[in-house]
Design a protein around this ligand. Structure first.
Ligand code: GLU
Length: 467
């Protein structure tokens, strides 16, 4: 069975690089009918890991990912790690090292002066004498002293390390007994039954150390996939300004979670030229072995485009549901279907959609001055007033085509063109000269409200004229 995991260090929130790794891990486990686990790597606890976990779980919930089973917290597993430290000590695969920090500094200085890589020199590896007093020994693992460590990475192919270039007998437990990162990661992955590790390629240099631990403890080594980073468009590390922000910020910015996931899966993975993938398609098609070897560039425009495609094709029910998160409740509104039918093609994000909807369903609170100056000049207000009179004389007008007919007849009788009416009506109805097809909007706003809004504009403008 394929078991994957997402193993964030609780830095307070989930960012998109993390979400992408989580998504890849999730999809692969699901495609294989396996499990996707969540482990919080909180051994180096500076923040409240509970809070950070909640932030991650909240983000998972928003995007619709869920982990299987309980959450694993490294901070609750110290007894397990200690047991394995002891096992390695007992088996002679690890040892106490009494080197003081002064000695360590001295050693490193000397190596630097000789232009050598700084590394532990193994001085306590085979130590049998009397330990020096007053030093709390760290525990070091016996790493191979020469040769190669290699593994087949599912993305990058064979990766080889020359032991002499990267390894030494690294510390697995501090003087106070707390275990160290590469040691606990390997133990956890093994005990959690993780078969495939999908993580950022900034972890490649940790992998040989973890392999040393797997081997020392006799655990199976999982398959690794080191995913290239997401870079900004200039090829640099992604900063907050570029989009490396809390996943929940994307919600605030009006992105649909399905669009964000679609964007993320494509950042580093492709299936022909296809850009849009439903979640079901992602789960059927995604294979980490097909992840790109090179880094991918974050493209904010593409994300917006994908978002607009998702808004365009989202069901009315889905949009109504999502709009609630943006404090817009359309459940009491009668013409939701028509309203969204009119607007869903025009919005790039949910904030924009909300704003467009609000401008139609609510009376304008002000009129855009630029539009007023441009379109309410000359006799425009009188024309509008006459049109409203015409509307009032009709008693009730309902459908788009009926509004259009009243307007056309009116314009014809006055020898006017649609342009004389359309923009002034828009200003009256939505407060600016920008709206979808004007007669559609009138039909959605409804007869009484239309007449009232036109009256309001006339009153407002004529009042100003009189002042
Ligand atoms: N905790 C690590 C991180 O947040 C991930 C470790 C791993 O995936 O092995 O970068």
């Amino acid at each position: 069975m394929v078991v994957t995991r997402f193993a964030p260090s609780p830095t307070g929130y989930l960012h998109i690089g993390g979400l992408r790794t989580a998504l890849y891990s999730y999809l692969w486990a699901k495609r294989k009918g396996g499990k996707f686990l969540l482990r919080i790597e909180d051994t180096d606890l500076k923040r409240n890991s509970q809070e950070a976990t909640e932030a991650i779980v909240e983000a998972f919930k928003w995007v619709g990912l869920s982990h299987d089973g309980e959450v694993f917290y490294q901070s609750k597993r110290f007894d397990i790690y200690k047991k394995y430290v002891q096992q390695l000590l007992d088996e002679g695969k690890a040892y106490y090292c009494y080197m003081s920090s002064e000695e360590k500094n001295e050693l490193y200085e000397k190596q630097k002066a000789n232009k050598q890589r700084t590394k532990y020199d193994g001085r306590y590896r085979d130590f049998e004498g009397t330990p020096p007093e007053g030093v709390e020994p760290v525990v070091r693992i016996k790493s191979p002293l020469s040769g190669e460590i290699s593994f087949i990475d599912g993305i990058k192919g064979e990766i080889k390390f020359n032991v002499e270039d990267i390894l030494d007998d690294f510390v697995i437990a501090r003087g106070d007994g707390t275990p160290l990162y590469n040691f606990v990661v390997a133990i956890d992955d093994a005990l959690m039954g993780v078969t495939e590790v999908i993580r950022g390629d900034d972890h490649i240099s940790n992998t040989p150390k973890q392999i040393v631990v797997y081997k020392a403890l006799g655990f199976d080594i999982p398959k690794f996939y080191h995913v290239p980073m997401i870079l900004n468009p200039s090829g640099k590390k992604l900063s907050k300004r570029d989009g490396a922000m809390d996943v929940m910020e994307y919600k605030k910015d009006g992105f649909l979670p399905e669009a964000l996931l679609n964007f993320l899966i494509r950042l580093g993975w492709s299936h022909g030229d296809q850009e849009l993938f439903s979640f079901e398609e992602m789960s059927e098609l995604f294979d980490p072995n097909d992840i790109n070897k090179s880094a991918s560039a974050y493209n904010a425009e593409k994300l917006l485009w994908i978002n607009s495609q998702y808004i365009k094709t989202a069901s009315t029910q889905r949009l109504v549901e999502v709009l609630k998160d943006y404090d817009l409740d359309l459940s009491g509104f009668e013409k939701t279907e028509e309203l969204l039918g009119l607007l869903r093609d025009r919005a790039k994000d949910m904030n924009e959609l909300k704003q467009m909807i609000s401008s139609i369903i609510n009376k304008p609170t002000q009129y855009e001055q630029k539009a007023v100056d441009k379109f309410l000049k000359g006799d425009a207000l009188d024309i509008l007033e006459a049109f409203n009179k015409e509307l009032k004389s009709k008693g009730e007008v309902t459908l788009t085509d009926e509004f259009k007919e009243v307007a056309n007849n009116f314009l014809e009788s006055k020898g006017l063109k649609l342009k004389h009416l359309a923009q002034p009506i828009r200003i009256a109805i939505v407060g600016s000269a920008v709206s979808p097809s004007v007669f559609d909007v009138l039909s959605i706003v409804g007869y009484n409200e239309v007449v009232q809004r036109i009256d309001n504009l006339i009153k407002n403008q004529k009042g100003l004229e009189r002042e």
